[in-house]
Design a protein around this ligand. Structure first.
Ligand code: ADP
Ligand code: MG
Length: 471
C-alpha cells in the first residue's frame, strides 16, 4: 500500500492515497483556520477520494457538512491544490448516506445516525467554558461609552433580582463585551459559589447542541441548560441563520426566563440588526435590557493602556516606558481596544527583550504595521459619503450652500475629519466642500474641537465615523 508520497501524481482514488493527501491538507488547514476552528470543524472530516475534480469528504453529520461547506470550502480547495490533490468541487458525504452537494444546507434534525468515529469536539469536563482570569471587574476601566453596560453587569453579578431579562450587550469588536460577561462569572463564583453560572460562546452552544443531537443525548443537553441559574451566551449573532440551533436556543431561553433565571447575551449588533434572526426571537431578546457598548474614546483608550501597563509592571518591575508613548498609542490606535492592547503587549515584550526603555521611536519601529493599518488612506469623498449617511442627509446638502444647523453641523464634522484624517490642506478641503474658503474650513474644524469637550453626542459621532472610515 504505497501512499504515493510524491506530489502531483498522487493516486487519490485509493484510501491510503487519500489519507496521505488529507494529512498534508490538515497541516495546512490548521495553520489557516486556527486551532479552535480546526478542532471543531475540520478535524472530524475524512477525505474519501479525489476523482474527476471532485473531492469527497465524509462528515459525521450532514449539518457539519453544510457548515463546513459554507465556511471552509475555499480553504479546503486551496489546501487540496497545494497538497497535490487539486479539485474543483467538494462533496460532503454524511456517514452512511448518499452524497450531498457541498452548498446545500441540511437541517441538523436530518443528521446522520450516531457513529463511533471522529468526535465533533471533546466533551468539556467542566460545563462553563474556561474563563480568562484577567477579565474581572477590577480590571475593567469604566468610561462614558461603557458605563451603562458596566452598571448592568455589576447589578447582575450581585445576584439579586435585577428586573431585566435578558441583559443584551451589543457593540463592535474589541470593546469589552466578553470582558464584562466573564467578569460577571468571576464575581458570582466568588460571591456565591453555589450559584450555577454557565458561560459559553454561541459557537460552543451550537457545537454542544449538534453533538447532543448526534449522540442522541438531547435530554442531557436540555438538562444541563435548564438547570443553570445564570446563562451567558457570547456572540449570539453566530446562531443567526442556523435554524435548528436558533430554535433550541429559543426554547432554552424561554424555559429559563419562565423560571426566573438570569440570561446575559452579547452580540456585535443590536437584536433588530441581526438579520436572519426570527421575529419571535428578536422580540424576546428585546424584552429585557438592551445596552450598547460604544466605541472607546481617547480617555478610555488611555485608561485601558494605563491599567494594562500597571498589570505588566507587576510581572516585570523593570519595565520602563517613556512619557508620551501611551498618549501616542491612544491617539493613533483607535480601531478597538483589543488591537490597542495587542500593541502594548508587543511593546512590553520588545522592551523586556532588549532591556531598554520604550521610547517613542522604538514604539514607531516596533508597531509599524499596526500604525499603517490605522493610517489607511481615506479620501474626502469617502468622508463626505459616510458623514451624510451617518446623519441621514443627502450628499448634496452636506456639500451645498444651505446653512441649516442640520446640515451645517455634519458639514463641520466632515471638514474636521478631512483635516484630521487626510493630508489635504485647508484650501483644498474648502474646494471640495462646494468651493468654500479655507477660513470656513478652519472655523468648522475649530467648532468641532470645541464641541468635543462639551457635547457627548458629537464625541460619539466622531468615534463612530472615524472607526467606520478606518474600516
Ligand atoms: P469584545 O468582546 O467586545 O469583542 P473584549 O471583551 O474581548 O471585546 O475586549 C477586548 C480586549 O480589550 C480585552 O483584552 C479586554 O480586556 C480589553 N478591554 C475592553 N474594554 C476594556 C475596559 N473597559 N477596561 C479594560 N480593558 C478592556
Ligand atoms: Mg467578545
Amino acid at each position: 500500500m504505497a501512499d504515493g508520497a510524491g506530489f502531483g501524481t498522487i493516486q487519490v482514488g485509493t484510501e491510503a492515497g487519500a489519507e496521505a493527501l488529507w494529512s498534508r491538507c490538515r497541516i495546512l488547514l490548521k495553520e489557516r483556520v486556527g486551532a479552535g476552528s480546526f478542532q471543531s470543524w475540520i478535524s472530524p472530516l475524512r477525505l474519501a477520494s479525489v476523482e474527476g475534480g471532485v473531492a469527497t469528504l465524509t462528515v459525521p453529520t450532514a449539518f457539519l457538512g453544510s457548515y463546513v461547506a459554507r465556511n471552509f470550502q475555499e480553504a479546503i480547495l486551496a489546501a487540496l491544490a497545494e497538497a497535490g490533490g487539486p479539485a474543483s468541487r467538494l462533496v460532503f458525504e454524511a456517514q452512511g448516506r448518499t452524497p450531498m452537494r457541498g452548498a446545500v444546507p441540511m437541517p441538523a434534525a436530518q443528521a446522520a445516525a450516531p457513529m463511533a468515529a471522529p468526535a465533533l469536539a471533546p466533551e468539556p469536563a467542566e460545563e462553563t467554558q474556561r474563563l480568562d482570569a484577567r477579565l474581572t471587574f477590577d480590571r475593567f476601566v469604566v468610561a462614558k461609552s461603557n458605563e451603562l453596560a458596566y452598571a448592568a453587569a455589576r447589578r447582575i453579578s450581585e445576584g439579586m433580582a435585577v428586573g431585566f431579562n435578558p441583559l443584551f450587550l451589543h457593540g463592535g469588536v474589541g470593546l469589552g463585551k466578553t470582558h464584562l460577561m466573564q467578569a460577571i462569572a468571576h464575581e458570582m463564583r466568588a460571591r456565591r459559589p453555589h450559584t450555577r453560572v454557565l458561560y459559553l460562546s454561541a459557537e460552543q452552544f451550537m457545537i454542544r447542541f449538534v453533538t447532543a443531537l448526534r449522540d442522541r443525548k438531547m435530554m442531557d443537553f436540555k438538562q444541563v441548560f435548564r438547570a443553570v441559574d445564570v446563562l451567558m451566551v457570547d456572540d449570539i449573532q453566530f446562531i443567526a441563520g442556523k435554524d435548528s440551533t436558533q430554535e433550541e436556543f429559543f426554547h432554552t431561553f424561554n424555559a429559563l426566563v419562565d423560571q426566573g433565571k438570569q440570561i446575559v447575551l452579547t452580540a456585535d449588533r443590536s437584536p433588530v440588526e441581526i438579520a436572519a434572526l426570527e421575529e419571535r426571537v428578536t422580540s424576546r431578546l428585546q424584552s429585557g435590557l438592551v445596552v450598547q457598548v460604544h466605541p472607546a474614546d481617547y480617555e478610555l483608550r488611555l485608561g485601558v493602556l494605563q491599567s494594562k501597563l500597571a498589570a505588566a509592571r507587576v510581572a516585570d518591575p523593570n519595565l520602563r516606558i517613556a512619557d508620551g508613548v501611551l498618549d501616542f498609542l491612544a491617539t493613533r490606535v483607535t480601531s478597538n481596544l483589543r488591537v490597542l492592547e495587542g500593541a502594548l503587549t508587543r511593546l512590553c515584550a520588545q522592551a523586556s527583550l532588549v532591556g531598554r526603555e520604550i521610547t517613542l521611536d522604538l514604539a514607531r519601529d516596533c508597531l509599524g504595521d499596526v500604525l499603517r493599518a490605522s493610517d489607511r488612506k481615506v479620501s474626502i469623498e469617502e468622508i463626505q459619503r459616510k458623514v451624510a449617511e451617518h446623519y441621514h442627509i443627502r450628499l448634496a446638502d452636506l456639500i451645498g450652500p444651505k446653512r441649516l444647523r442640520s446640515f451645517a453641523r455634519p458639514r463641520q464634522m466632515a471638514m474636521y475629519l478631512a483635516k484630521t484624517m487626510t493630508s489635504r490642506s485647508l484650501p483644498d478641503i474648502g474646494r471640495r466642500f462646494g468651493g468654500r474658503d479655507h477660513t470656513t474650513v478652519m472655523h468648522g474644524v475649530r467648532k468641532i474641537e470645541e464641541l468635543l469637550g462639551t457635547d457627548a453626542q458629537i464625541a460619539d459621532d466622531l468615534e463612530i465615523l472615524r472607526r467606520a472610515l478606518e474600516g
